[in-house]
Design a protein around this ligand. Structure first.
Ligand code: AOF
Ligand code: ZN
Length: 393
């Protein structure tokens, strides 16, 4: 395999970045292909002085469905002979729910494969590159696209490399950092556009994680409601698999206070409740909830250990990405434990006053040097509200 930077591309390869960019764009047309990665593929034939022509495009729409490469090969048929395939992830070499893509590329006559990231799946992990080369194919790694390709599948990489999902935490507050009035009244701080944006965050994740306090206080359904996403017919068709699958809902319920009539339990789809050993819960004998035990944090014997919960969601449920939609205390605990990979804060342009409830229940920060710092990734206006996306420093 030859590693190339964009600045090293010769005259015949000047359009390569454009093709790889297109492959990334195709991969991103699905919210999630979980537990699989999102992958895009563009097949290009070089016509000497006429330049490149794109003969096929494909992307992976979800586990059990064809991978990106066979989709693109079918789209290119019968023109793939002697072509170059641009794939955002190393083609696979194993037979899983579908056959090996490296063989499919060779059989279709593709002679060059350009990738933007290696597959961390131990069943592949360099094996796809080796299989292509063993069959006489040339393989190039376009290094300048690695960050974008990994970002596209940050959850998949997190699960395979760190054994835990990528964690996004969503919060909403007033301009003065309050989430509710002192009496707890809070419904709809943000506008309808921000709520539709939250539906998108739900579509992108593989589990929504919340706490028992939120369930007891608000009885949220925590469901994905495709109609609220405002999608075009094309987008709906493309995301058919994802949108037909209800979101997995997870409740952290240390002491077993969840009731079987809570919406989070009764809505269609799976609900998992984690509790501490020794706590009784109806969930144990219920078919509507999957009851699981989690260890306590050690420091706080009454709270479930968040890292253990995340590790179990990665291992048992193949969650690539989870969305924490919880109250001040649980969100604060995730942040304090250093487990939040991306924080999304919606800010409603209204003031709730100093008696209102604070965004996060974090105490014990006494020195400025104790402050937990973030880096702003983006700031957007969503309807009447402001959406700030941040990463931990
Ligand atoms: C590719 N192209 O488009 C994707 C790949 O169970 P399967 O057969 O769907 O295989 C899933 C694994 O294949 C997944 O964990 C990852 O390693 C790879 N995904 N590979 O060549 C694709 N989605
Ligand atoms: Zn494959």
């Amino acid at each position: 395999m030859q590693t190339l930077r964009n600045s090293e591309l010769d005259a015949q390869k000047t359009a390569w970045p454009q093709h790889m960019q297109r492959a990334i764009q195709l991969a991103a047309s699905v919210f999630s292909a979980a537990p699989n990665p999102r992958v895009g593929c563009v097949i290009v034939v070089s016509n000497g002085e006429v330049g490149d022509s794109v003969v096929g495009e494909g992307w992976h729409k979800g586990a059990g469905l064809p991978h990106a490469e066979p989709e693109a090969i079918a789209d290119a048929f019968p023109l793939a002979a002697g072509s170059t395939a641009f794939v955002t992830l190393e083609p696979c070499c194993h037979t899983g729910r579908t056959g090996p893509c490296s063989s499919a590329l060779i059989e279709a006559g593709v002679s060059r494969v350009v990738i933007a990231s290696k597959d961390p799946n131990p069943k592949v992990s360099g094996g796809g590159i080796a299989a292509l080369e063993a069959a006489g194919g040339e393989v190039f790694f376009l290094q300048d696209f690695e960050n974008s390709a990994r970002r596209l599948n940050r959850g998949f990489f997190s699960r395979l490399e760190r054994r835990r999902p990528f964690v996004r935490c969503k919060l909403a507050m007033s301009l003065d950092g309050r989430t509710a009035l002192a009496n707890g009244e809070s419904k709809w701080i943000t506008g309808v556009e921000a709520r539709s944006d939250v539906q998108r965050l739900r579509a992108e994740c593989d589990a929504i994680v919340t706490g028992i306090e939120t369930v007891l206080a608000d009885d949220p359904a925590m469901t994905l409601r495709p109609a609220e996403l405002g999608l075009s017919a094309d987008q709906l068709a493309c995301n058919e698999q994802r949108l037909s699958r209800p979101s997995l809902r997870v409740v952290l319920d240390s002491r077993g206070r969840l009731s079987e009539t809570a919406k989070i339990v009764t809505e269609p789809g799976r609900c998992i409740a984690y509790r501490l050993d020794g706590a009784n819960s109806f969930a144990e004998a219920s078919s509507s909830v999957e009851a699981r035990l989690a260890p306590n944090t050690g420091e706080s014997p009454s709270r479930v250990d968040l890292l253990s919960v995340l590790e179990s969601l990665a291992e048992l449920d193949e969650c690539n990405e989870v969305l924490v939609e919880a109250g001040a205390k649980l969100s604060g605990s995730f942040i304090e434990a250093g487990l939040v990979d991306e924080l999304i804060v919606f800010i409603a342009p209204k003031l709730l006053g100093s008696d209102g409830r604070p965004l996060l229940g974090m105490s014990g920060l006494n020195e400025l040097s104790d402050a937990i710092e973030f880096k702003v990734e983006s700031v957007e206006q969503v309807g009447a509200d402001i959406k700030v996306t941040l990463r931990p420093r």
